[in-house]
Unconditional design. Structure first.
Length: 427
């Protein structure tokens, strides 16, 4: 999209001494771009803490107003969550709408949500965000006139106050309705998850910072091992290009299978109103057998990105699960790739050898409890032979007088299932 078609905005941020301030502002610019905005100017101020009334100091607010006039900016976007009064007071001086970081992320989520579950989660988060901000519109259109009794107490509420209370009740009803709908959707999703889990397939979840290359890696794996090539996931060089968790089944050459999940990307300063939405969206990660954290190796801020990912996992209650850390986009650096040191890999999603290394590392983690066993299956049990050929990694097949002898790598569950035909085992 041409910049002339984007909404011109000014990004503002308060540096209170945080070591990663510039990283946060760069991220705000990327978030703005993801919301079809063109950042025409960035304005910073260093203060020990935000000014309670206006976020920035008076002189700096006036500077922002002058730059708005000079550049023709239509919106000012702040890098922190602002109070309703800060937004209101800034808009009085600047004369254009002010959006905070939380409002920006919510707007992106609202535009990107595809599934009913994601849309409901975003709608709930927006309503919760709006609740404390309802008085702004009411105060602008209605006076808050009050009367007093002879004893000095309030005898009635002004029109503005009554309107606020009415709006709050309306929003609360909407919140309750959305929560009810979410329960219904979650019940349906839980049934589908349980059906998948009945297959006893290992679940591998791709996690990491947004735009680190998770979807690209998933598509490379789907192209090679996916059950249906037409189930590729969307890839776009933009923050939060995808919000919905995508789950695909992969089958390798040795017949081993697993479920691969591509989850929503993380971002720093995740709005508290979206934490619950992330809990639902990241169900697959919370119940994974293996987490694969994808990190943009070409970014100078990768340490902050990893910290954000790990902090978000703690916030949403994802347990301490086995993890591979995959440094992607090594082709954009001078580093050698593909390489592996313990549970850390350096790769490029566009490189075949890198995908080979990643697959090998994943398989060693999730299939480590497989059992190599030999079974003697009577000829009248053709369904058992068919199952093993389809679901196990068959190493040898030999036809004896008493039946079909099959040496295969099987899950411990399948090993117990076919214990009656077991002849010998190797670990």
């Amino acid at each position: 999209m041409d910049n002339s078609e984007l909404t011109p905005v000014i990004n503002i941020g308060l540096n209170t001494g945080r070591a990663n301030f510039n990283y946060g502002m760069d991220e705000l610019a990327a978030l703005s771009a993801a919301n079809n905005m063109n950042v025409v100017e960035r304005i910073d101020q260093s203060l020990p803490k935000p000014i309670a009334a206006t976020y920035f100091g008076t002189g700096k607010v006036e500077e922002v107003r002058d730059v708005v006039v000079e550049t023709g900016a239509q919106i000012v976007v702040a890098n922190d969550e602002l109070t309703p009064s800060q937004i209101r007071n800034l808009e009085k001086v600047i004369k254009v709408p002010v959006m905070d970081r939380t409002g920006l992320i919510l707007a992106i989520f609202a535009n990107r949500a595809q599934s009913r579950e994601a849309k409901l989660q975003v709608q709930l988060a927006k309503l919760q965000y709006q609740m404390p901000r309802l008085h702004t519109a009411a105060n602008q259109s209605l006076d808050q006139q009050t009367g007093t009794s002879a004893g000095g107490g309030f005898t009635n509420r002004g029109a503005g106050e009554a309107q606020i209370e009415l709006s709050r009740r309306t929003v609360q009803r909407q919140i309750n309705h959305v929560r009810h709908e979410l329960k219904e959707v979650n019940r349906s999703a839980e049934v589908k998850r349980q059906q998948r889990e009945k297959g006893h397939l290992p679940n591998v979840a791709l996690i990491g910072y947004t735009n680190a290359g998770k979807s690209t890696i998933m598509n490379e794996l789907i192209k090679r091992f996916g059950m249906n090539d037409d189930k590729q996931v969307m890839v776009k060089n933009m923050l939060f290009a995808t919000l919905d968790t995508s789950v695909r089944q992969l089958q390798f050459e040795d017949s081993k299978k697993l479920l691969l999940s591509d989850t929503v990307g993380f971002v720093s300063q995740l709005p508290t109103t979206l934490v619950e939405a992330f809990k639902s969206t990241l169900y697959e990660a919370a119940n994974a057998d293996l987490l694969v954290q994808i990190v943009d190796y070409s970014s100078d801020d990768r340490a902050d990105m990893m910290s954000t990912t790990e902090k978000t996992l703690r916030e949403i209650g994802v347990p301490d699960l086995p993890m591979l850390t995959v440094f992607n986009k090594a082709d954009l650096t001078d580093s050698e790739y593909p390489t592996q040191a313990g549970d850390q890999l350096v790769i490029s999603a566009k490189d075949d050898a890198s995908i080979d290394l990643l697959v090998d590392a994943i398989k060693k983690k999730v299939f480590k409890n497989f059992v190599t066993a030999t079974f003697m299956v009577p000829f009248d049990k053709g369904d058992v032979v068919s199952y093993l050929n389809e679901h196990a990694s068959v190493l040898e097949t030999d036809y004896k007088a008493e039946g079909t002898q099959i040496k295969a790598e099987v899950t411990d569950i399948d090993f117990q299932r076919f214990q009656a035909y077991y002849v010998s085992t190797e670990s």
